[in-house]
Write a protein that binds this ligand. Sequence first.
Ligand code: ADP
Ligand code: NI
Length: 214
Amino acid sequence: MESIDKLRQFIIEEFPVDATGHDYLHIFRVHDIAKHIHSKEGGDWTVIQLASLLHDVSDHKFNGGNWLEGGTIAYNKVIELGYSQEIATHVKECVNSTSFKGANVADQTNSIEAKIVQDADRLEALGAIGIARTFAYGGSKNNPIYNPDISPVLHDSADAYSKGNSHTINHFHEKLLLLTKMMHTPTARKIGEQRTQLMSDFLEQFHLEWETKF
Ligand code: ADP
Ligand code: NI
């Protein structure tokens, strides 16, 4: 079996279809979005492909808040598949820098490959699929859909962001509506703008209905 087929099989086993929006179907969509961005923006496809497939291994949201374990798991996996230490190190850097860590926390992506994987993962958080994933995730955490008494918070640290526990509408203001401006590649930003418009329209309609306006 080709290394990439082996990796895809590993991802299918590690990330069974789930209710949080973080299953292998999410990961494969990120891979396909990254392929599209790479076709327009360049970068090393081997690194982008491996990092996009491994970007969610040991997610901080599910492992008790360890932000760096994912990179090490990804490094070991890439070596196990027979790639060089140089490629494995680059993939590790991409995986460690992908995750959103709070509205006021600076990005750490240094290479075009890391930027493309991060942009692809962020596009997956937006638009129609983004709305669906967000309510699915909120439901899996027992969070209410909305509570008008709780305002959004723009977090100053990764720790505060991951401990934040609010209603799901706030997640749009604390993260999703901010993502497009933080994107690195023009290709992703253009798609992000369309997807963000859809979410803004959705929120406008949501609040009209909430206030019983027609
Ligand atoms: P990241 O690596 O930036 O954390 P992921 O690909 O792991 O991104 O997925 C993040 C997605 O999980 C969000 O786009 C959203 O759909 C969902 N999510 C994360 N935190 C929350 C939250 N507090 N409320 C609702 N959805 C959330
Ligand atoms: Ni992801």
